[in-house]
Design a protein around this ligand. Sequence first.
Ligand code: SF4
Length: 215
Amino acid sequence: MLSKTKTSKILSTLEDMYPLAECSLDFDDNHFHFLVRAILSAQCTDKRVNEVTRTLFDKYSTIAAFAEAEQEQLAQDIKTCGLYNAKSRNIINTSSILVEKYNGEVPVESEDLESLPGVGRKVANLIRGELFSIPAVVVDTHCMRVAKRLGFTDSNQPLRVEKDLASCIPKDKWITLGHRFVAHGRALCTARSPKCNSCALIEVCRHGRSQERKR
Ligand code: SF4
């Protein structure tokens, strides 16, 4: 586990680097819309999801409309998001469950969220943080990579990474931390060839320092 000093240095540096980091999925004050966007975001960019859903919600204007949608037609409507057969089935089934079991509301409890088709731990945590302001660490591919390089974890298992981060990061930072890791993973700490020489975290980064020593 990283020391408190190092952890707080990393958090403050990330805050300086990405003061306005936030979720890049659109949010229009409609919980169900955000849930659909989150389901569509699996292995797809947020930008593409935002583009597709701008017209999707005109065509399917209610949860019931999604629940009653023709699966093949919905698959075509979301095709450019990838995995469209599975995603269309998940959206239809999730919509039906929301109507039948939750009175059309997106539930708040992790257990309820994770029981919905297409909603795993990552999406459930995203929903809890973004819609209900409940502290939750969202572990996506950027978060996994950046957390491991910085030395917060040695694991490649999302749940383990989440626990490792939660054990040393103050709870009130969990939501923004995820957004900052994503921003950093896109900007500098890229999967291939991270730009360590331009990174303000290099002095406190396990991976960055090891790369420096090799030179
Ligand atoms: S020093 Fe390199 S590996 Fe470490 S956080 Fe910065 S870009 Fe990523």
